[in-house]
Design a binder for this molecule. Structure first.
Ligand code: ATP
Length: 257
């Protein structure tokens, strides 16, 4: 297993945001975390990358216990993160932003830049534009490209589709698929559960700091509770129309007679 999270607890002051979360990501997988607002998805990613401290539990990565490893060492160990809110340096060019991702390692940056530009054609056209003048979607691409420049073994993506126009959402998801096809393991947090489940191999559903379901992504796409709570309640096809209505506390629309 590339990444193993065992029963982690994380607090913000006295509030326990993660109440004993366990999950695993195997090499080569795309795993997604879905769940409502405040479920603990972002906190889970931040804890893996070392931005938040554990109060209990353990994180193993690539054979080592990294629970107490500082964040910058986790980057060197192969954990790459494109943070929520993006964090693009506004006064630096697109290319310099990308190169910042590789500052801590040696290598053939020209080749790595070429690979990022191949994935993100838009960035290739705008190498010298200032980061701060890129559109929201373009900044998202810069942030992902910068994380890739560190050559991570696992890429943690927090809401890559946030605020993007539908056409760009599709594009970002197919780029994530391509990144994975080229060998990078992906742990994806998404509000867009439908798209995330279509892309991922496996998924975990988080509710108020706990994992309430884990299954192959295709299974969750057909799960009536998941559909009702996170996928707008629509059924995938006519053949699924005989399913039970959602649970009483779910957001399922009233079933049609
Ligand atoms: P969303 O989809 O809304 O981004 P999330 O699943 O990513 O939600 P988190 O951001 O991980 O959820 O938040 C989990 C819980 O921790 C929430 O109750 C949130 O209010 C709380 N929390 C997050 N960050 C802080 C903070 N800096 N200080 C205090 N509480 C926080």
């Amino acid at each position: 297993m590339l990444l193993e999270i065992e029963d982690i607890r994380v607090h913000y002051g006295k509030v326990e945001a993660l109440k004993g979360i366990s999950l695993e990501v195997a090499e080569g997988e795309i795993v997604t975390l879905i769940g409502g607002n405040g479920a603990g998805k972002t906190t889970t990613l931040k804890t893996i990358s070392g931005l938040r401290k554990l109060s209990a539990g353990r994180i193993r990565f690539d054979g080592s216990d990294i629970s107490k490893m500082p964040g910058h060492k986790r980057v060197l160990a192969g954990i790459g993160q494109s943070p929520e809110g993006r964090g693009v340096f506004p006064g630096m060019t697109v290319e310099d932003n990308l190169l910042m991702g590789a500052y801590s390692r040696r290598g053939n940056f020209d080749k790595d830049l070429a690979e990022v530009y191949e994935l993100f054609e838009r960035l290739a056209q705008r190498k010298t534009q200032m980061g701060g003048t890129m559109s929201g979607g373009e900044q998202q691409m810069v942030a992902i490209g910068r994380a890739l420049m560190a050559k991570p073994k696992v890429l943690l993506l927090d809401e890559p589709s946030m605020g993007l126009a539908p056409k760009l959402v599709q594009q970002i998801f197919s780029i994530i698929e391509e990144i994975n096809r080229r060998g990078t393991t992906v742990l994806l947090v998404e509000q867009n559960a439908q798209q995330a489940l279509k892309l991922a191999h496996r998924a975990y559903v988080l509710e108020t700091g706990k994992v309430v379901k884990s299954a192959p992504a295709a299974t969750l796409l057909d799960d009536p509770e998941v559909r009702a709570a996170y996928l707008g309640g629509e059924l995938p096809s006519e053949t699924a129309a005989a399913e039970e209505p959602g649970s009483p506390d779910s957001a399922a629309p009233p079933s049609k007679a």
